[in-house]
Design a binder for this molecule. Structure first.
Ligand code: OXD
Ligand code: MN
Length: 588
């Protein structure tokens, strides 16, 4: 039985229950017994399917409504007193107006349903990095996913005590009406309200909503950072581990990089890679003045299609126990799951992600392209021993990246922190054929935070600059990578995947000062001979191509950056404007 005397919490639950009118209220204690009971209920109602327990122990399948399969950026709002606080890159609603609109939609939305109260911690419970949230929801699917993605239960309430310092999250599926779907954030009130969706990214409120949008705002006030970054550790043959935090827009292989498998020539020498996180990093200045990071999450919410024993065996293994699959194909004969890119052997008798009979020969997809697995981090064979460390891990390098066919070289280093913030602010990725719309269109996505920053982007850049001042000479070095350069036939030049370790090792060598670099108009690049290509099917001259800076391409990019900076407006820090000028001069 759950126990709390927290008056702020009890009053808010009371108020929310009066509004949404559930039949009953159930507190989630995080126990296996309670979660098992909820799984049984969900299987009975058809909300989940219990999969083959021999092949996939503890695993379930869930299908969302067909109109509810992805994050909805157009329906995601930052709700503040003044529009300026949300800035030009966020959808904004005046906060009192938003509350008024939402109250109407929530009214009676939980009638005939149970309201579950989920106390959760982002970050190891009790760590100085960590923050507490309470999510109220009418979805068992949300409860079970939150129990994987976060730390849930009584211990969280014990840590919260009588404090008002928690993020309030109210979620109701309501009737999944797209027109009335709202994912609203009230950073000034530590509050999130999500209604008319049942899809993970919109409803697992600990993730993008709290750990990025609300937390980025809190980080600005409290002088820390919430970033859309993976965290990985690289162990050298002597057993020393160095940590890298890296930000990439969607569809750039973040989870694969976080779980990288060292190529044989490195593995045989004793190099290892350890995963701390695959999506979000909370970063603070430690007592030693360096930047330290924790992964606030406890699980992976990974994209299923394309995940296989070659691309990411660690993620695949992590998902084979105590995991929830969402919107993948269902193998009727074996009571298991399948997705495009898992293997070349689609099931003979199957249902597609919508639950309809599906013939793989039809050319239609079995799994939705954004189908997911929710897997406990501790299942991952390469999970770091520091994953639960309440003090986090010290970050040596920050890496930005994107998908650029021609512009960005394989790797370059920023000349200093300010230049590094500039490099992050001009991040961009080109659209692929996988997404709808034109191919090769450049999308600006500074620090991969465009959809996730809970306040004005100009203030966000200023916060990065301020953190650099606080860190001084202890600041991590900043780099940019591009695994996606193509040749004249549009083929990728760099092999990517495990071989990206070759680039990460150059980065670490730069961090410990053991290697020189070459000045270029855009920053510091490796001497071609300093990237190890032993055992690769590429030549030194190809490597030269990968590192070349095409001035015409870059000048075109400068024009794109100017346009983007114009959108940011007056709040764009002068330091970034001056970095842009320097870049332009260097190129001319
Ligand atoms: C995610 C995303 O789901 O960035 O992690 O879209
Ligand atoms: Mn993400």
């Amino acid at each position: 039985m759950i126990n709390t005397k927290n008056k702020f919490l009890l009053d808010w639950i009371d108020e929310s229950a009066k509004l949404t009118q559930p039949d009953s209220i159930v507190w989630i204690d995080g126990s296996k017994k309670q979660l098992d009971e909820l799984r049984a209920v969900a299987c009975k109602t058809g909300e989940m399917i219990k999969l083959n327990q021999k092949k996939l122990p503890g695993c379930y399948l869930h299908r969302t409504a067909v109109n509810d399969v992805a994050r909805v950026e157009g329906r995601t709002f930052i709700c503040t007193e003044k529009q300026e606080s949300a800035g030009p890159t966020n959808n904004w609603l005046q906060k009192d107006e938003a509350y008024k609109t939402l109250r109407k939609i929530y009214k009676g939305s939980m009638k005939g349903r149970v309201m579950y109260v989920i106390p959760y911690s982002m970050g190891p419970i009790g760590s100085k990095f960590s923050k507490i949230g309470i999510e109220l929801t009418d979805s068992i699917y949300v409860v079970l996913n939150m129990a994987i993605m976060t730390r849930v239960g009584q211990k969280v309430l014990d840590t919260l005590g009588e404090s008002n310092d928690f993020v309030r999250g109210l979620h109701s599926k309501a009737d999944l009406d797209e027109e009335k779907r709202y994912i609203c954030h009230f950073p000034e009130d530590n509050t999130i309200m999500s209604v008319n969706s049942g899809y993970g990214g919109n409803v697992l409120l600990g993730k993008k909503c709290f750990a990025l949008r609300i937390a980025s705002y809190l980080g600005k006030q409290e002088k820390w950072m919430a970033e859309h970054m993976l965290i990985l550790g690289i162990e050298d043959p002597k057993g020393n581990v160095s940590y890298i935090a890296a930000a990439f827009p969607s569809a750039c292989g973040k989870t694969n990089l976080a779980m990288l498998i060292p190529p044989e020539i490195y593995a045989s020498k004793g190099y290892k890679v350890w995963t701390v996180g695959d999506d979000i990093a909370w970063l603070r200045i430690g007592p030693d003045g360096r930047l330290w990071a924790v992964n606030p999450e406890a699980g992976f919410f990974g994209v299923a299609p394309g995940t296989n024993m070659k691309s990411n065996p660690n993620a695949l293994k992590a998902s084979m126990k105590n995991s929830i699959f969402t919107n993948v194909a269902y193998d009727i004969d074996h009571n298991t799951v399948w997705w495009e890119g898992l293997n070349n052997d689609p099931p003979k008798h199957a249902l597609n992600w919508k639950g309809e009979p599906w013939d793989p020969a039809s050319g239609e997809k079995g799994a939705h392209p954004n189908s997911r697995f929710t897997a406990p981090a501790k299942n991952c064979p390469c999970i770091s021993s520091e994953f639960e460390n309440p003090d986090g891990v010290p970050i040596s390098a920050i890496v930005f990246g994107g998908r650029r066919a021609k512009t960005a070289p394989l790797v370059y280093q920023a000349r200093n922190w300010e230049h590094g913030v500039f490099v992050g602010s001009i991040m961009a990725s080109e659209t692929t054929a996988a997404a709808s719309g034109a191919v090769g269109v450049v999308r600006r996505d500074p620090m991969a935070m465009l959809p996730f920053c809970g306040y004005h982007m100009g203030d966000y850049f200023a916060h990065w600059l301020e953190m650099g001042k606080l860190l001084g000479d202890k600041a991590p070095k900043i780099f940019n990578v591009n695994w996606f350069r193509t040749d004249e036939n549009g083929k990728f030049i760099w092999p990517g995947f495990g071989d990206n370790l070759r680039v990460l090792l150059w980065i670490l060598a730069r961090c410990n000062g053991s290697i020189d670099a070459v000045e270029t108009p855009i920053g510091l690049e490796p001497k071609p001979e300093d990237i190890n290509i032993d055992g690769l099917d590429i030549s030194r001259s190809t490597l030269n191509d990968l590192l070349s800076v095409d001035k015409a391409c870059w000048l075109e990019d400068v024009a794109g950056i100017k346009e983007f900076y114009k959108k940011i407006g007056d709040k764009l820090p002068a330091a970034l404007r001056s970095e842009l000028k320097t870049l332009e001069q260097n190129l001319k």
